[in-house]
Each structure stands twice: as structure tokens, then as C-alpha cells.
Design a protein around this ligand. Structure first.
Ligand code: MF3
Ligand code: CO
Length: 252
């Protein structure tokens, strides 16, 4: 069941997402060769608590950290570690908080120092695919118009979209209906309505779309070892179109 949000609820979801965006911005600035992702996890957790927000992922279905830190061929749900990041790595950081009863959720992929041309293209394309999806998040479109736009954008650049994980509604729960695949035919699924709030999150691989989850039960990597990027925004669907809530200005 899709839960529609009132303007005052959207305001609350905006607040949570601004906190997430501010923290991701700090993490982006701290990402450089020699930094380790366990340090970034600590920073994210402490910043959230200092803003009176609760890290949303820690303890969620037993996930042990505040931050998901996925390096290179890791697609999502990578565990933060003490291993120093190296020049040429790409790092996906997915972070969420619960603040005054509402969730925020966003992800970015950033370069560590200078990275390869294909890594740069992959990140650019994945973010562009996210924005193509967001463009479709407007009343009267259907759910799969988002999915189709993401897939087309990614595949046009010769990359593939991960099928295993989906975007989601968000509000008083981290994961609400609807599920939002990152691939599919256009014009299918529920009609989008003002008051829907969705987290759209394409994961794009440089090689094939197949992924596998490691024995830790979380870390998911590309089956062929190719690089993967992930971007996510929480977006409110309004009469005037999509409003991206997970930016430092809350889409104002
Ligand atoms: N953005 C991811 C999601 O919506 C983050 C979840 S990580 C988890 O699923 F640890 F909380 F599962
Ligand atoms: Co999410």
C-alpha cells in the first residue's frame, strides 16, 4: 500500500534528508587516498547523533554499521573497513537517518583521487540515469516510466543496471511501497500522485548486471568483477513535479 504524505509530512522528510545530504557532503570531502571507510562510518554516525538524528541503517535487519561503503566492484551494502582507500578507487556511500519520526536516504559515488576514464564515465552515467528517473517522477506518469528512463540512460552508455535491488517509497518507514525497479518497459504500474515520496536508487555496472552477495550476508559485488556505481535521492512528487529532498538546501 502506497502511503501519501501531507505537505507537513513532506516537510519533515525534507528535514531528515537535508541532514543526510549535509553528512554525505562532509564524507565526500573527507574521501581521499589514505582515508579508511571505518573512519567515514564513525564521522557519519557522530554527525548524525550531534544533529539529534539516528543512523537508519545500523541494526536494520542486523546491518552492523551506520554507513554502507562499497568500493569498486562492490555494488551496495559494503561494510566499512580499516583498509585505506587508494588512488583510483571509486567509493559508493549510502547513508540514512531517522529524524523526528521520518526517514532520509541518499547515496553518492565519489572518486578517490584520480580515477580511470571508465570509472569517471560510469559515475557520470549513473548520476545522469538517476536524474532521468527523477524527471519522470511527476503526476500522471506511471511507476515504470521512472524505471525505463533509468535503464535507457544507463544502457545508452554501454553499461548495465542491477536488477536485484530496487528503489522504494519512504516516510515513517525506511522502505515503503512502491518498489521501484531500475529497468523495465514504460507505461506500466501505478499512476504517480502528488504526495508520494520515493527513494530512487540506480546501481549501474560497467560489465554485466549480475551480482552476488558474499558470505557476510550483506556485501554485494558484481559477478564479473567490473566496477559499479550507485546514486540515490529521496524525491517528493508534487503538482509541480519532482522535488529532490536529499540536497543540502532540501530542494528549495
Ligand atoms: N539505500 C539502501 C536501501 O534503501 C540502504 C539500506 S542499507 C541497510 O536499501 F543496511 F539498511 F539495509
Ligand atoms: Co534506499
Amino acid at each position: 500500500m502506497v502511503i501519501l504524505k501531507s505537505p507537513s509530512e513532506i516537510e519533515k522528510i525534507r528535514r531528515s534528508n537535508v541532514i543526510v545530504a549535509e553528512i554525505l557532503e562532509v564524507l565526500r570531502q573527507k574521501t581521499e587516498p589514505g582515508t579508511d571507510t571505518l573512519t567515514l562510518d564513525k564521522i557519519a554516525e557522530e554527525l548524525a547523533l550531534s544533529k539529534k538524528a539516528k543512523p537508519a541503517f545500523k541494526g536494520y535487519r542486523g546491518y552492523p554499521y551506520s554507513l554502507c561503503a562499497s568500493v569498486n566492484q562492490q555494488v551496495v551494502h559494503g561494510f566499512p573497513t580499516k583498509r585505506p582507500l587508494e588512488e583510483g578507487d571509486i567509493l559508493s556511500m549510502d547513508f540514512g537517518v531517522l529524524y523526528r519520526g521520518y526517514y532520509g536516504d541518499s547515496a553518492i559515488t565519489v572518486p578517490v583521487g584520480k580515477v580511470s576514464e571508465v570509472a569517471q564515465r560510469l559515475m557520470k552515467t549513473t548520476e545522469a540515469a538517476l536524474f532521468s528517473g527523477i524527471e519522470q517522477a511527476t503526476p500522471e506518469k506511471r511507476l515504470s516510466d521512472i524505471s525505463h528512463a533509468i535503464q535507457s540512460r544507463a544502457e545508452n552508455d554501454g553499461f548495465s543496471v542491477v536488477r536485484r535491488f530496487v528503489g522504494h517509497g519512504i516516510g515513517k518507514a525506511l522502505h515503503e511501497d512502491p518498489q521501484i525497479p531500475n529497468y523495465g518497459q514504460p507505461g506500466v504500474g501505478i499512476r504517480l500522485k502528488p504526495g508520494m515520496v520515493v527513494a530512487i536508487e540506480p546501481m549501474v555496472n560497467a560489465g554485466g548486471y549480475e551480482v552476488k552477495t558474499l558470505e557476510d550476508g550483506w556485501t554485494t559485488v558484481t559477478q564479473d568483477g567490473s566496477l559499479s556505481a550507485h546514486f540515490e535521492h529521496t524525491v517528493a512528487i508534487t503538482e509541480d513535479g519532482p522535488v529532490i529532498l536529499s540536497t543540502t538546501d532540501g530542494g528549495a
